[in-house]
Design a protein around this ligand. Structure first.
Ligand code: 1GP
Length: 236
């Protein structure tokens, strides 16, 4: 297994959305570095376990991004825990985390846990609405969140989340320039090779979600697009 620190391309699959066996096989065997299982609503223990057991037929790394405590199950390589830095509701920054650690802290294997400092920027994303994210932010605002994630909280991952929308490249560049230690995850609106290539020039890890369900053929091409930029001598 690779460490998540080496992941360059990741597919994110939603347990609440159907995917065919042949589609799942193509995703898992695409050469992507990992599959993250996660979604905003309708994530249950049943649909999470079902998806996990199907992904486990393949060798690809698999992480759970926790959105609902009831859906947490052993068997994943990593457990990603989002904290939404630009949320207007402290529940999504530390509240739910406190509840979880109070209940299960003693049994958590912290070596498998990775905290993601999220900054959600698409106001129409379900996650933005749910967490009451303050999305009307300047480049400087976002850059300060990235700095906080790295310098203040020493977070392993900063996740620039545009879920459902292709991101603002000036903001992406600024975050890239800000982060030296913290891993830069970018996700949102990548639907073709060209967009994947562009984001791969800046983000450490490029995450593709919706495209899997909207146009699998194009989504699969994003793997090689990212790999080409990362390993083929492109610079930024
Ligand atoms: C969602 O960042 C991921 O959490 C990917 O975004 O679904 O828009 O590709 P998309």
């Amino acid at each position: 297994m690779e460490t998540y620190k080496d992941w360059q391309h990741v597919f994110k699959l939603d347990p609440n959305r159907p995917i065919s066996d042949s589609g799942l096989e193509k995703i898992c065997e695409s050469g992507t570095d990992a599959v993250i299982v996660g979604g905003t609503d309708g994530v249950t223990l049943d649909n999470t376990l079902y998806l996990l057991s199907r992904i486990r037929q393949f060798a690809v790394d698999c992480a759970l991004e926790i959105s609902n405590l009831d859906a947490v199950t052993p068997g994943f390589d990593y457990y990603f825990i989002p904290t939404v830095l630009n949320s207007g509701d402290s529940d999504w920054i530390v509240g739910k985390h406190h509840e979880a650690v109070k209940a299960f802290g003693e049994t958590i294997n912290w070596d498998e846990v990775v905290i993601e400092g999220y900054c959600i920027l698409n106001p129409d994303a379900k996650a933005a609405r749910l967490t009451q994210a303050q999305t009307n932010l300047s480049t400087e605002d976002v850059s300060a969140y990235a700095m906080m994630a790295e310098k203040m909280f020493k977070m392993p991952v900063f996740y620039l989340e545009y879920s459902g929308q292709y991101g603002n490249i000036d903001i992406v560049k600024k975050v890239r320039a800000q982060l030296k230690e913290t891993q830069f995850f970018y996700g949102g609106g990548i639907s073709c090779k060209k967009q994947a290539e562009e984001m791969a020039q800046y983000a450490d890890t490029v995450i593709v979600g919706n495209a899997v369900y909207d146009n699998l053929k194009e989504a699969l091409k994003t793997v090689q697009a990212v790999k080409k930029v990362k390993n083929g001598g492109w610079t930024y």
